[in-house]
Every structure is written in C-alpha cells, then in structure tokens.
Design a protein around this ligand. Structure first.
Ligand SMILES: C=C(O[C@@H]1C=C(C(=O)O)C=C[C@H]1O)C(=O)O
Length: 508
C-alpha cells in the first residue's frame, strides 16, 4: 500500500551509527527531500497566527558536545496535577546533525522513548519534564498545559521544522475513568530525523539544572551496548478467552435490541519480562517488520500502530481510518488474495468501516475545511492482517493543536463503536478490565502545536520492575468491531492476528 502524501517521522536502517554527531550549520532544508515537512517560516504555516504558541527566540547557536548517559543530570520535573498555576520554564536548543542517526540504537534499553517510521522519527534520552493527566478532561487539560509551557519556553531552533524545538511525547488512556495516567514527557535530549534531515534538541528546565550547569553545549548521545534478548511468551488464558467470547455474544444481543450499532470489544494477554531485557530488540523488530506503521515506546507502552488518528503540520491535517480486518496468509498467495477480496466485497465490513469514517469526519469537521477522503476504502496490507482503510486530508480551520484534535476525535468508532457514548458504556460493562492506554492515543506535539498521533493499537504496556526480581509484567491487548452478524469465533481469530506484532516482537 502506497504511503499517503502525509509527511512525517521515523525509521530504522539496521545500521549502527557511530555515537558521535558533529553539529553543523543548518542545512538548506527543503532542498534534499522533496515532499518534506514545511519549514515554520514558510507562509503556508499557520503557527504565527496561533495565539498561544510562541515563535523561536533566535538565541545564539552553540557547537559544543558532551556525553549524556541515562541517569545523568537532574531528575525529570514531575507534575501530577491536571492544572498547576506555576508554569515550568523550559529552554530548548536545536541543532542540525550531519548524519542521520540510528534512532533505535540510541533508545534507552529499559525505558525507551521512541517514535519511528521508516526514515522519520525521534528518540528521547532522559526526561526534562513529565506531566500527568487523568479524567474526562485529560486531553483538554494536557492541551492547555502544553500551550502554556510552549508560550513560556525559550526556543533556539534554526532548523525550524515540525518536530524541532520543544517536543513532548505522550500517551493517553482510553477511558475517562481509567486508573492509568495519561502522560506527556519532554525528553532532556531528543534526536530526530526526517528523511534526509536530522537534528538534536536539548531541553533544560530554567531555574533548575541550567543554573547549576551553565554550559551552553549540547550533550552527545551515547549508545549503550545491546544486551541479549531473553524473550517473553504470552500465556494463553482460557478464562479470559471465555470472558471475551461471552462478551461478544452479549454484544450481539445488545446490537439486536438496538442499544448500539457497533461496539469494539478487546481482550488481553499477559506475560513477564525478565530483569534487564533490552527493549530495543522488540522495537527494532516492530520497526523493521511494520513499515506502514508507527513504532512507538512511551512510558512503557510499546507497539506499532497502523492507524493515524491525526497528523497536523503547518495547517494541514490528515488521518487514516481503519476498520474491517482479515488475517493474512502470506504463505499462500491465492488464499491471501481471496481474504483481501472478501474483505473488500463484504457488506458487513464496508458497513463497519463506514461507521469509523463517519465518526472521524463528524469529529474533525468543526476544526477543518476542504475535508476530503480517499474514494473507496482500500486494502491496507500489513504483515499480519488486511485492513479496510480510508485516508482523510483537510486544512486546519483555526489553530487547534494536535492534542486538541486528538481530544475531539477520541474515541473513534474504530475503537469504541457507534453511537459513541452508548458504545463506551457497553465496553465498560462487557470488558472485565481497564484498557489503560490501549486504544487511547500515542504521539508527539511540538511548541507550534504540530504533531502526529496514532491510536495505541498492536501494543503492550509494561509494568514497573518487581523490587525483588526486577521482572516486569507485560499486558498486550487487541480487539475488533462487533456489528450485527459478527461471529464470536471469527472475532477471536481476529484478535489473535492483531496480537501477532507484539507476541512475535517479544518472542525469544
Ligand atoms: C481494535 C483494534 O483495531 C481496530 C479495529 C479494527 C476492526 O475491527 O476491524 C481494525 C483496525 C482498528 O481500527 C485492535 O487492533 O485492537
């Protein structure tokens, strides 16, 4: 499936880049990569019309380099409340890099912070600031807090692209009443690439470490040696499979009664990761195998999602809606083609897909103009499944930030159902667990409000290390849309296919 015209981040070359990134004068951006992101200075960008986000301050560049390792420097500033009158002041300094780095190799093996697809993406090293949110207004609170922080920040960014300057990576919980926190993390050091361009950003909390360490140089990222991968098996849990099948049958009855038209039900599988497992191994596997997906790692949430909730850069927005699934049969091309054709011609799948597209169009319309979609749903081929897919594009009408758009879109019918509120209620009634961040949103935002967010699918959440053994619990989730006529056994099979990216990435 061809990539849409959406520009953006990420990927893995498989090559180990030497851990030294000499800083150079900003390259002539735009020239080396046709179709690249629009520089902020381009009149097409609308960030200068945004009331809350602040332009770069043009502070002096510097060329120095000193090593930074995990645990170096000050601990991350942590904010736990949804709103706080004191706005932390950050200074972000971005410099171009001569060579495009191997982002996975630079990731922290224990707490990776990564966003990656092909030759576009970023890796965070250390934390300057961590903001946590919860409750029904978690998106609105996060958007407002980020707007304040961005407005107060000192940003020295001669590279001037979406994703340069001040950037936070984030992961949001699916449910308003989730006990799992939503989080925005500003890395202390961010190394990023966008096709032929690469850059590094250092962030300091003003009035904190910056005063104790006035050095103007940017630390040099250090790549730690790879550790052996122990592998994890996800235990088949009969009770949870039975509960899932029971839920699907109950959903079918409720659809028959007219309570909802579609509801998305999920199930979970669990495993345990031994002490010291190097998380760059599953991340490398996901990024190398799932080339049409965004590979991510944010606060222990690791996965590769094919579904772009929103990409917003320079006033242009785009999204990819998926709903309708068949397992791939990569070993038998005739069977594989039949599965694809069956998906394309199934009235049930087309109906289910239409709900998902409609929910995105309805949520996005108040924020955009010139909204257009790809004509008919097209088959998206992933290594594990076929999906019915529709791409959307539009111009942003007012300067809503990427997180505000995520808040407007979440939850789409692809992960909740139709109508939304009845489907969300039914999910909390029929699913015997808190989804946490699964089917929530994961992505990044910069100081101009640009960003990319995907639905957190094909992912697993890692717990904190056990104090005695160092082992970490890992929970993977997958689900699917239930509509009139859905077959529980088929739906179960679909969750097995959707879990494959994670079960295979974490296998020994
Ligand atoms: C809910 C998931 O996937 C969503 C549901 C789909 C479906 O029902 O066909 C397809 C893609 C996603 O929008 C998941 O992967 O867990």
């Amino acid at each position: 499936m061809a990539e849409t015209s959406l520009a953006c981040l990420v990927v893995v070359s498989g090559r180990v880049t030497p851990p030294c990134y000499p800083f150079v004068a900003p390259p002539a951006l735009g020239a080396p990569c046709a179709g690249a992101a629009i520089p902020r200075s381009d009149p097409a960008r609308r960030s200068d019309r945004n009331g809350g986000f602040r332009p770069n301050d043009g502070a002096d560049p510097n060329d120095g380099a000193r090593p930074l390792r995990r645990g170096d420097g000050e601990p991350s500033r942590l904010e736990r409340v949804n709103s706080d009158p004191v706005v932390p002041r950050l200074r972000a300094t971005t410099r171009a890099l001569e060579e495009a780095p191997d982002l996975v190799a630079l990731a922290d093996p224990d707490e990776p912070l990564l966003w990656l697809r092909g030759d576009r993406g970023c890796v965070g090293i250390g934390e300057a600031l961590r903001l946590t949110f919860s409750g029904p207004n978690r998106f609105g609170d996060a958007a407002a807090r980020w707007r304040e922080i961005a407005a107060e920040a000192e940003i020295d960014d001669p590279v001037d692209l979406p994703g340069t300057g001040l950037v936070a990576l984030g992961a949001f919980a699916f449910a308003a009443d989730s006990s799992v926190e939503s989080v925005l993390i500003v890395p202390r050091l961010l190394v990023a690439r966008h096709r032929g361009s690469a850059w590094i950003t250092e962030v300091r909390v003003l009035g904190d470490d910056s005063e104790r360490d006035p050095s103007p140089s940017i630390p040099q990222p250090q790549q730690s040696p790879m550790r052996a991968w122990p592998g994890t098996a996800f235990e088949p849990d009969t009770a949870s499979v039975d509960a899932y099948l029971k839920g699907v049958r109950a959903a079918g009855e409720r659809i028959g009664r007219g309570d909802v038209e579609k509801v998305v039900l999920a199930r979970q599988v669990r495993g345990e990761l031994p002490r010291g497992a190097d998380l760059r191994t599953p991340l490398r596997r996901l990024a190398d195998r799932y080339l049409d997906c965004w590979t991510f790692a944010v606060d222990g949430l690791i996965g590769a999602s094919p579904e772009t909730l929103i990409r917003s850069t320079g006033g242009a927005v785009s999204a990819r809606v998926l709903a309708g699934t068949r397992a791939r049969h990569a070993e038998d091309s005739a069977r594989d083609a039949r599965a694809r054709d069956e998906l394309l011609t199934s009235a049930k799948e087309q109906h289910e897909h239409a709900f998902a597209v409609q929910s995105v169009v309805t949520a996005l319309s108040p924020h955009v103009r010139e909204l257009r979609t790809s004509e008919d749903p097209f088959p998206l081929r992933l290594p594990n499944v076929w999906h019915l897919a529709t791409d959307l594009g539009a111009a942003l009408d007012e300067r809503s930030s990427a997180i505000e758009l995520v808040g407007a879109l979440h939850p789409t019918a692809a992960v909740a159902g139709t109508p939304t509120s009845a489907a969300v209620e039914l999910i909390s009634e029929l699913e015997p667990f808190d989804r946490g961040r699964y089917s929530g949103a994961v992505g990044w935002i910069d100081a101009a409000g640009d960003g990319e967010w995907v639905i957190a699918l094909r992912c697993a959440q890692l717990g904190a290390p056990d104090p005695a053994t160092g082992a970490r619990a890992i929970t993977a989730s997958a689900g699917g849309g239930i509509v009139d006529g859905s077959d529980p056994a088929h739906e179960l099979g679909e969750t097995v296919s959707k879990l494959r990216p994670i079960t295979e990435a974490f296998a020994g």
